[in-house]
Design a protein around this ligand. Structure first.
Ligand code: PEP
Ligand code: MG
Length: 664
C-alpha cells in the first residue's frame, strides 16, 4: 500500500512535528516507510526521518506493509497534509533540541574570540565585569569530562553479554528520564528537553548502528560513541543550523548512555554548595537559568560579554559575574576557592589571607548597603517640574515578578518574550501567551507593563521556526523582521496581547525597528487581530504601541517614528553594538562596547530630542539604564523611565532622589 502527497506541515518535519509523526507511525504494526527524492527511510526512526530532511511543500510517498497498512498510510498522509500537525501544545514533548533550548538569547553561533588572558600585578585574572557585586567562596568547576573511546575488542563469546549491557544501559537511561518526566518538580520547560532526549535514546537507527559495531567486536562504550558521531556527522554535513543542533542532541544522549554504562553520574549544577563560585568554559544561559541561582556566590566564564544573556541572568539575580576570561579560566579548574569582583571584572584564584580579608570586608559592606537601600523601596522620584521618573524592571519570566515587586519596581519596562518561546519546545499557544501577559499586567496594577514582541532570529533559534544560515546574524533576520515575515507566529502573539490588555496597563513595543513601514505593517496586523477577536466575540482591549530604539536607523529616523508611536525605549545593548560596530558578545572588542561612548550618548540624545519634541515618552531598557555615571545625563535628556534588573532598582531610586533633592 502506498500513497504520495505534498507536505503541508508548517516548516516540514522538524522538531515537534517529526516526533509526532514517528509516534503516529509507531502506533501501527505495519512496516512503514517514507520516501523523498528516491530515498526511503523507516517512518519509525526520528533520526532517519530528520536526515531525510522533509520540508514544507516537498513531495513524499508513504509505503506500508502489514495488517494495518491502509490505516497507517491514511493516518500518516492526513498528518502530512495538515499545516498545524505537531504544533498543538498538549501531550508529549517533541524531539526538539536539548541544545537549541540552551542556546537561549545570547548563545553565539560563531566561536567567540576571547581576549588574551590578563593577569594583573596582584595575580588576579582579569575579564569582563559582567554583573556587579563581590563574592568569596569555594570553586564549583563545571568542566564536563570527555569520554574517550577505548576501542577495546570484545571476545566473540562476550559479544552477547556486551549487547545486553548496552540494551540495559539504554533501558536504565529511559527509566531515569521517565522518572524525571513523572516528577512534579519538573517544570514544563524542562520536561520538553527530557522528553526529546528520551525519544532519541529510544531511536532505532542509533540502536541499530551501535549493535552493528558491537556485533563486529567493539566494546559498547566505543560502539555508541562511534554510532552517534557517525550520525552526528551526517547531520552536520547537511550544513543547517537546526541539523547541527540535532547532532548535539545525539551526542548528548550517547554521552548519557556511556555514563550509564560506566556507572558514572553527570556532574549536576544542583549539587552546587552554598555561596560557591561557578566556573565554566562556557555555560548556556538556559543551563544557568536552571541552576540553583539563590545558592550561587558568583559566575566566572571563559566565554561571554557584559550584555550576553548569561550576564543579564546574573544581574537579574544579583550574582556577581566575570565573563570572557578566555583560556585563563582553566587556572581556576583545580582551585579550591575564588574571590570575584564583578564591579572590576577580576577574579583571584585561591586568594591569600590579605585578599580574603579585603573581600570579606567588601561583602560585609555590600550587605549593609543592601539593607540601607531598602528604605528607598517605595519612594517615587520626581523631577523639579513634578514629572515622575519611573524606575521599572526588566523581566524574562513570571518567576522574576516577585523580585521586582520586592525591589519596588514601578512596573515593567521590558518583558523579554523570547524566553517564553525558548523555554518551550514548541511555539507557545495563544491561550498560554495571553495568560502569561495577563498575569504580568495584574502583578503591577498601578504601573505600565511593557511587553516586547518576539525578538529572536539569526543567532537565537527557537523550535518551530526554520532559520536561514546567515553570515551576519546580528544584521539578519531577527526581531520585527522575522515577525513580519511570519504572521502565523506574530498574529498569535498580537492576539494574546490584545486579550491580555483588558487586565491592566499593558503596552507593547517592537524590537529592532529600522524602518517606519515595520511599524505601519504591525499596526495593520494589530487591527486585523482586533477585528478577528471582535468577530469571534472574544474579550480584548487595546494597548499603546511603542518601539525600541536600538538601530542607528531608528535614531536617524526618530523624528518620523515619533509621529507613529506612543513611546520609545532605548535598547543600549544593541544600540551600542550597532553604533560602535562592536559585537556585544565578543570580549575582544569589549572596550568599544561601551554605552558611555560619546557616539552612543549622542545617539540617545538625538532620539530623546525627537521624543520630547513630539510629546511622546522615552525610556531606556538597555543595561545602561542602571549606570550611575550616566543616569544624570539620561534624565537631563528627558528620559522619564529607566528599566533595569530588579537588583538595581533601589540604588537607582536613591540616586534619583538625591539628584532631584540637590536641584530642588
Ligand atoms: C537592548 O538591546 O538594549 C535590549 C534591551 O534588548 P536585548 O538585550 O534583549 O537585545
Ligand atoms: Mg536588543
Amino acid at each position: 500500500m502506498e500513497r504520495s502527497t505534498i507536505v503541508r506541515v508548517h516548516d516540514g518535519l522538524h522538531a515537534r512535528p517529526a516526533t509526532r509523526f514517528v509516534r503516529l507511525a509507531k502506533g501501527f504494526e505495519s512496516e512503514v516507510e517514507i520516501a523523498k527524492g528516491g530515498k526511503s527511510v523507516s517512518a519509525k526512526s526520528s533520526v532517519k526521518l530528520m536526515l531525510l530532511g522533509v520540508k514544507e511543500n516537498d513531495e513524499v510517498t508513504i509505503r506500508a506493509e502489514g495488517a494495518d497498512a491502509i490505516e497507517a498510510v491514511e493516518a500518516l498522509i492526513a498528518y502530512l497534509e495538515d499545516p498545524k500537525s505537531g504544533l498543538e501544545e498538549e501531550g508529549a514533548a517533541p524531539a526538539a533540541p536539548a541544545k537549541a533550548e540552551d542556546a537561549p538569547p545570547a548563545a553565539p553561533q560563531q566561536p567567540e574570540k576571547t581576549a588574551a588572558p590578563l593577569v594583573d600585578a596582584e595575580g588576579a585574572l582579569r575579564g569582563v565585569a559582567a554583573s556587579a557585586g563581590v563574592g568569596l567562596g569555594p570553586v564549583f568547576a563545571h568542566f564536563p569530562p570527555q569520554i574517550v573511546p577505548q576501542n577495546r575488542t570484545v571476545a566473540k563469546e562476550e559479544i552477547g553479554a556486551e549487547k545486553a549491557r548496552f540494551e540495559d544501559a539504554v533501558k536504565r537511561l529511559q527509566a531515569k528520564l521517565d522518572r524525571s518526566l513523572a516528577s512534579d518538580e519538573m517544570q514544563a520547560s524542562d520536561r520538553g528537553i527530557v522528553a526529546a532526549l528520551r525519544d532519541i535514546a529510544a531511536d532505532e537507527t542509533l540502536h541499530e548502528e551501535t549493535v552493528k559495531d558491537i556485533d563486529a567486536g567493539l566494546d559498547a562504550v566505543s560502539a555508541i560513541i562511534a554510532a552517534s558521531s557517525k550520525l552526528a556527522d551526517e547531520f552536520r554535513n547537511l550544513d543547517d543550523a537546526y541539523m547541527s543542533a540535532r547532532a548535539e542532541d545525539l551526542e548528548a544522549v550517547a554521552r548519557q548512555i556511556c555514563l550509564t554504562l560506566l556507572g558514572h553520574e553527570e556532574a549536576k549544577l544542583d549539587d552546587i554548595a552554598d555561596g560557591a563560585i561557578l566556573v565554566a568554559e562556557d555555560i548556556g544561559a538556559w543551563d544557568l537559568a536552571r541552576a540553583p541561582l539563590k545558592r550561587l556566590g558568583g559566575v566566572v566564564c571563559g566565554h561571554g560579554g557584559a550584555t550576553s544573556h548569561v550576564a543579564i541572568i546574573a544581574r537579574t539575580h544579583g550574582i556577581p559575574a566575570v565573563l570572557g576570561l578566555g583560556e585563563a579560566v582553566h587556572e581556576l579548574r583545580e582551585a579550591s576557592e575564588a574571590a570575584i569582583d564583578g564591579n572590576a571584572g577580576v577574579v583571584y584564584v585561591d586568594p591569600d589571607a590579605k585578599t580574603r580579608e579585603r573581600f570579606a570586608e567588601m561583602i560585609g559592606a555590600a550587605d549593609r548597603e543592601r539593607e540601607a537601600l531598602k528604605a528607598y523601596r517605595d519612594v517615587v522620584p520626581r523631577r523639579a517640574d513634578g514629572t515622575v521618573i519611573h524606575v521599572a524592571a526588566n523581566l524574562g519570566s513570571l518567576d522574576e515578578i516577585e523580585a521586582a515587586q520586592e525591589a519596588g519596581a514601578m512596573g515593567v519596562g521590558l518583558f523579554r518574550t523570547e524566553l517564553l518561546f525558548m523555554r518551550h519546545m514548541h511555539l507557545p499557544s495563544e491561550d498560554m501567551q495571553a495568560e502569561t501577559y495577563a498575569t504580568l499586567a495584574k502583578a503591577f496594577p498601578d504601573h505600565p507593563v511593557i511587553v516586547r514582541t518576539l525578538d529572536i532570529g539569526g543567532d537565537k533559534p527557537i523550535s518551530g521556526v526554520e532559520f536561514p544560515e546567515e553570515e551576519n546574524p546580528f544584521l539578519g533576520w531577527r526581531g520585527i523582521r522575522m515577525c513580519l515575515d511570519r504572521p502565523d507566529i506574530f498574529k498569535v502573539q498580537l492576539r494574546a496581547l490584545l486579550r491580555a490588555a483588558v487586565h491592566g496597563n499593558l503596552r507593547v513595543m517592537l524590537p529592532m525597528v529600522s524602518d517606519i513601514e515595520e511599524v505601519r505593517r504591525t499596526r495593520a496586523l494589530i487591527d486585523e487581530c482586533a477585528a478577528e477577536l471582535k468577530s469571534e466575540g472574544a474579550e480584548h482591549g487595546r494597548f499603546q504601541l511603542g518601539i525600541m530604539i536600538e538601530t542607528p536607523a531608528a535614531v536617524f529616523g526618530a523624528a518620523a517614528l515619533a509621529k507613529e508611536v506612543a513611546f520609545f525605549s532605548v535598547g543600549t545593548n544593541d544600540l551600542t553594538q550597532y553604533v560602535m560596530a562592536a559585537d556585544r558578545l565578543n570580549p575582544a572588542v569589549a572596550n568599544l562596547n561601551d554605552a558611555a561612548h560619546p557616539a552612543v550618548m549622542a545617539a540617545v540624545e538625538q532620539a530623546a530630542r525627537a521624543a520630547v519634541e513630539a510629546g511622546i515618552e522615552i525610556g531606556m531598557c538597555g543595561e545602561a539604564a542602571a549606570r550611575s555615571d550616566l543616569i544624570p545625563e539620561f534624565v537631563r535628556m528627558g528620559l522619564t523611565e529607566l528599566s533595569m534588573s530588579p537588583v538595581s532598582v533601589q540604588a537607582t531610586k536613591k540616586q534619583l532622589m538625591e539628584l532631584f533633592d540637590k536641584k530642588g
